[in-house]
Design a protein. Structure first.
Length: 258
């Protein structure tokens, strides 16, 4: 019964989202345009001038776009699992109210991750459309790169939710973003190949979900050979999502039930 009832959680979130979807859609298109103009076109002009052969044989804009797609999905998933969760538990206590219905802790956790995945899919689709407009990849390849982005965003949403349900002070989430989310954006192959990193930090990059998502996205969108077997990356992201989802249950039950 957990999965059918979790759909009710998604339905409730969708009703809330209906009030704010216009601004969300606008920023969903505006952010990738600004990112690609600033990094891909602006910074990319300087990089391409010094690297005539490009990065892995493509221009910096082309190289960057799939990585930024995955990074945006990661940030969206982390945001969905952070302060929103604290608000539902501590400030607004909406999760207490939901558990007063037939929805179980399992159903609530599954519903939270499902809704986060839907939000990630929305943002990723917007980014993929912008990639098509910029001519980074064909429509089919750009849309295909949404899949690894969704996997990364869902894994991050589950992992961040598992962390957020354990913290008592929302300032801890600021530390989480500063020391986990931001470094993951900078050092997981989004902006440049991880082979450019010092040898001692490269194994850490291999452990991040963003790295595996970026490798999959670049393989799908650009046909670049991955540093890790694609099936390994896919399995890693799915397993990470399941493990992080399981880690939500116990602390959620402790905080929300007598």
């Amino acid at each position: 019964m957990a999965i059918p009832l979790s759909v009710r959680v998604v339905e409730a979130e969708l009703r809330i989202y209906r009030r704010t979807w216009r601004g969300s859609v606008f920023t969903g298109f505006l952010n990738p345009v600004l990112y690609l103009l600033a990094f891909g076109v602006g910074l990319g002009t300087l990089i391409d001038a010094n690297l005539p052969e490009g990065l892995d044989g493509v221009s910096y804009l082309t190289y960057l776009a799939p990585g930024l797609l995955v990074a945006t999905a990661m940030q969206t998933g982390a945001s969905e699992g952070a302060w929103k969760v604290i608000a539902a538990i501590k400030w607004r206590q909406t999760w207490h109210a939901r558990l007063a219905t037939p929805i179980s802790v399992h159903g609530l956790a599954i519903g939270q991750v499902l809704w986060s995945s839907i939000r990630v899919a929305m943002v990723s689709a917007s980014f993929a459309i912008v990639m098509i407009v910029f001519g980074v990849a064909s429509p089919l390849e750009s849309l295909g790169s949404i899949l690894p982005a969704i996997l990364v965003g869902t894994a991050m949403a589950a992992g961040t939710t598992a962390f957020a349900v354990r913290v008592r002070d929302d300032s801890t989430l600021s530390m989480y973003f500063r020391f986990v989310v931001v470094p993951m954006f900078l050092f997981s192959g989004v902006l440049f190949p991880i082979t450019q990193l010092p040898d001692w930090i490269q194994p850490v990059a291999y452990l991040t979900p963003v790295f595996h998502g970026v490798e999959l996205a670049r393989t799908i969108a650009l046909g670049l050979p991955p540093l890790v077997n694609s099936w390994i990356s896919l399995t890693y992201l799915v397993a990470l999502t399941i493990i992080c989802g399981w880690l939500i249950i116990s602390p959620m039950r402790q905080r929300l039930t007598p």
